[in-house]
Design a protein around this ligand. Structure first.
Ligand SMILES: [Zn+2]
Length: 90
C-alpha cells in the first residue's frame, strides 16, 4: 500500500462548513485505491456530515412537511438548506 494522493471534500456539519483533507492509498499489487479516512469518519455521499444528516433526517421524519422541516432546521440550527436537500437526506 502506498500513498497515492491527498483528496479534499467539502461537508456541511452541525458546527459549520468544513473542507476535509484525507489520503488515498494505492495497492501496489492490484492497483485498487482505498480511502481509509472515509470509512473511519463514516463519510457518505452528499454535502452533509453524518451527524448533520442524522439530525436533518430526524426532523424530516417528525415533521410531515419537507418545507416545514427545512424551516425548522434553519430556525433551530441556523443552517440553511434547500428543501430538496432535506427531502433527499430523509
Ligand atoms: Zn491489492
Amino acid at each position: 500500500m502506498a500513498l497515492d494522493r491527498v483528496r479534499t471534500l467539502k461537508k456541511l456539519s452541525l458546527v459549520g462548513a468544513h473542507t476535509l483533507t484525507r489520503p488515498q492509498y494505492l495497492c501496489t499489487r492490484c492497483g485498487v485505491r482505498t480511502d481509509p479516512a472515509d470509512t473511519l469518519w463514516k463519510l457518505g455521499p452528499g454535502l452533509l456530515s453524518p451527524e448533520l444528516s442524522r439530525v436533518v433526517s430526524a426532523v424530516g421524519v417528525e415533521i410531515p412537511s419537507f418545507e416545514r422541516a427545512t424551516a425548522t432546521v434553519s430556525e433551530t440550527l441556523g443552517i440553511h438548506l434547500a428543501t430538496r436537500t432535506v427531502e433527499r437526506t430523509c
